[in-house]
Design a protein. Structure first.
Length: 329
């Protein structure tokens, strides 16, 4: 007897076909990367204003994503809805901007209607389309052609492979422009302060405790006075930085050091000088080092505080493990 048709297999086979169609479409874009793509890169590099992305329907959603990618990787950009543009928002577009329009057919009426006003404003026009001879294609300064795309939709109607192709072409453009701009990890962190990478690429100076929140005592101070300074410091970091007569860091005394003294001796002579019990040559970081580096030292050496010093080893601040938790690193 024939094996019963498995509905799960049918559904998975259909899904796999959609993935294959979209993958083939995107892979086919490689052969379409030519002098027009280079011209598009040069156009965006030369742009002194913003890249104003626009599109309607699914292409509009792709335009929003590409605009966001451009903005986050060093190219100022914003999205302009074509309908809103015809009702006053076209004032966002200036001669020094680039109008970046997306339309698979190249005949989306709402987008085509922006061509004349954009020309009067003086903004150059960049287009991603599957029809370079369309109204959009003919009137653009630069056209990125994704070709005629067979949609992954069984009816060949719903934008699927075409929007994937537009997105991939837009991403390629954004990434190449970003590289041409020498966009760095530090630049990326600047635009992503709430992201995991942005937080890790923060500088130590951005999280360190300074001023009255940084407990500093002179060498020769008693343990009692060091503890008082630690407890009276706002935020109570649980450590005090010990400096010599030239204000250079010579040691650190922590609650951990106090606990070890109690464990070893059963009591602590709080009148004793801290120098004999402080940690000498503590691990330090500079203010311009990455928070990620400070985090690594804290974890590697199993310590809760790390002094921040200048080139002369003078204390500038203190990083507490709690500060890492506060910025979720």
């Amino acid at each position: 007897m024939p094996r019963p048709i498995d509905r799960n297999e049918i559904l998975l086979a259909r899904a796999a076909e959609v993935v294959r169609v979209e993958a083939r479409t995107i892979a086919g874009l490689e052969a379409r990367l030519d002098a027009r793509f280079v011209a598009a890169v040069d156009l965006l590099i030369a742009c002194e204003g913003q890249v104003i992305a626009t599109g309607v329907g699914k292409a509009g959603l792709v335009a929003q994503k590409i605009s966001a990618t451009l903005a986050s990787t060093g190219t100022p950009s914003s999205y302009l809805h074509p309908t809103d543009a015809r009702h006053g928002d076209l004032g966002r577009l200036r001669a020094r901007d680039v109008l970046f329009a997306l339309s698979n057919s190249g005949e989306s009426a709402e987008v085509v209607a922006l061509l004349g006003p954009a020309r009067k404003i003086g903004a150059p026009i960049l287009v991603i389309t599957g029809e370079p001879n369309s109204s959009l294609g003919r009137h653009a300064d630069v056209v990125l052609d994704i070709g005629r795309v067979q949609e992954a939709c069984p009816l060949n109607l719903a934008p699927t492979a075409s929007t994937s192709a537009m997105l991939a072409m837009g991403d390629a453009l954004a990434m190449v422009v970003s590289q041409e701009r020498r966009f760095s990890r530090e630049d990326y962190a600047l635009y992503h302060p709430a992201g995991a990478l942005g937080r890790k690429l923060m500088k130590v100076r951005e999280v360190m405790r300074t001023g009255e929140q940084m407990p500093v005592v002179a060498a020769g101070t008693t343990i009692r006075d060091v503890i008082l300074v630690m407890n009276r410091t706002p935020g109570r970091p649980g450590a005090a930085l010990i400096v010599d007569g030239t204000k250079r860091l010579v040691g650190i005394f922590t609650h951990g050091d106090l606990a070890r003294l109690l464990e070893q001796r059963g009591t602590v002579d709080v009148g004793a000088i801290v120098d004999a019990h402080m940690g000498r040559n503590p691990k330090v970081v500079g203010p311009d080092q990455l928070v990620e580096e400070a985090q690594h030292l804290l974890r590697e050496h199993r310590i809760d505080q790390i002094p921040v010093v200048d080139a002369e080893r003078r204390p500038l601040g203190l990083v507490d493990v709690q500060d890492m938790l506060d910025v979720r690193i």
